[in-house]
Design a protein around this ligand. Structure first.
Ligand code: ADP
Ligand code: MN
Ligand code: MN
Ligand code: MN
Ligand code: MN
Length: 364
């Protein structure tokens, strides 16, 4: 967790708004370059002025940063390259300003260790005739700047879980402003956000992105995470993706991955869903290693077999079973086609790694 422990950095947002409304030159824009740092879960960003209005990320210059400050290079050879790969309208600066998701490359032009997008894209390209679709459910917990869950009593706990999931009212949900603002930033920028809800633990929330085909899943989810951290920053709260932020009788946080291929989505598709589950059952250990940034250690705190999870040690599958590794939604079972839900990925998993291994295991 972050060592920050004060809230003294809060600033006056009315003043901010006045300056953000200053006119800027018509032929220039600001581009925020975003990348995944050396932890595989942290995001970093920096801005440059571009002297034209870009139409796609390939028009943008390759840039670099000090990798020794992000866990991505040695100090003696510290330049890491930023390759812009996906561009979005900037929901914070508005106008012609852009935000770009970047891949990171070392001085020798090899991908950095936490650049998982490159191999994900290779797999998605090989499997493109399967038309793999993903829908990810990103759960997260809002924390006060002192790392205490947002809205929880400072000396103690809220009442037990029960009334909070999809709840309404100031005593049931904490931080809805963040959720609503985040949803709009995603819609504004063309991220395929498909819903949001309050979760079982108070101050815990979820948003869903999808269905997205191929590499778009990882791109959109990482950028949606960046937006979430920015919106939370504006409200002086922190969005934690830790999979078990509070120990005890409190739900953890996951990133369920809903998945289908074209054949699964067509009448009779259940046969292909069952084939995929059979293949997934033989690769459980490899999947658990890919489903959080620490080879399964983070998920070990969450996948206990309680709190709507399966045990990290066992593979299981079932219709409408929220205690299984893989759930076939009830409506898909009734239709005989649709998609499956892999409930194992941790909330802090890398969506590039999750989507890549699912396609590797089930298609290639
Ligand atoms: P849950 O019932 O598990 O809470 P949600 O409604 O939160 O499910 O999320 C379901 C996700 O499944 C959404 O992101 C949606 O886009 C995605 N989805 C729907 N149909 C498909 C499909 N055919 N293939 C992959 N994902 C899908
Ligand atoms: Mn400098
Ligand atoms: Mn959900
Ligand atoms: Mn959920
Ligand atoms: Mn789910």
């Amino acid at each position: 967790m972050s060592p920050l422990s004060t809230s003294s950095a809060a600033t006056n947002k009315t003043m901010l708004d006045r300056y953000m409304r200053l006119p800027t030159p018509e032929n220039k824009c600001q581009v925020m370059y975003v990348w995944i740092d050396g932890t595989g879960e942290g995001l970093r960003s920096k801005t440059r002025t571009i002297d034209f209005i870009p139409k796609n990320p390939a028009e943008l210059p390759i840039w670099n940063f000090d990798g020794s400050s992000t866990g991505q290079a040695e100090g003696s050879n510290s330049d890491v390259y930023l390759y812009p790969v996906t561009m979005y309208p900037d929901p914070f600066r508005l106008g012609n300003n852009k935000i770009v998701m970047c891949e990171t490359y070392k001085h020798n032009k090899l991908p950095t260790d936490t650049n998982r997008r490159k191999s994900c894209l290779e797999v998605m390209t090989q499997a493109k005739n399967f038309h793999p679709w993903f829908g990810m459910e990103q759960e997260y917990t809002l924390l006060d700047i002192d790392n205490h869950p947002f809205g929880w009593p400072k000396n103690g706990y809220p009442g037990p879980q029960g009334p909070y999931y999809c709840g309404v009212g100031a005593n049931k949900v904490f931080g809805r402003d963040v959720v609503e603002c985040h949803y709009r930033t995603c819609l504004y920028s063309g991220i395929k956000i498909s819903g949001s809800n309050a979760e079982v633990m108070p101050a815990q929330w979820e948003f869903q992105v999808g269905p997205c085909e191929g590499i778009e899943m990882g791109d959109d989810l990482w950028m949606a995470r960046y937006f979430l951290h920015r919106v939370a920053e504006d409200f002086n709260v922190v969005a934690s993706l830790d999979p078990k932020p509070i120990t005890g009788d409190w739900n953890g946080a996951g990133m369920h991955c809903n998945y289908s291929t074209e054949k699964m989505r067509q009448p009779g598709g259940m046969k292909y869903i069952e084939d995929a589950i059979e293949k997934l059952s033989g690769a459980h250990v490899a999947h658990i290693r890919a489903y959080d940034p620490h080879d399964g250690k983070d998920n070990a705190r969450r996948l206990t077999g309680s709190h709507e999870t399966s045990s990290i040690h066992d593979f299981s599958a079932g219709v409408a079973n929220r205690g299984a590794s893989i759930r076939i939604p009830r409506n898909c079972s009734e239709d005989g086609f649709g998609y499956l839900e892999d409930r194992r990925p941790s909330s802090n998993a890398d969506p590039y790694m999750v989507s890549e291994i699912i396609v590797r295991t089930t298609c290639l």
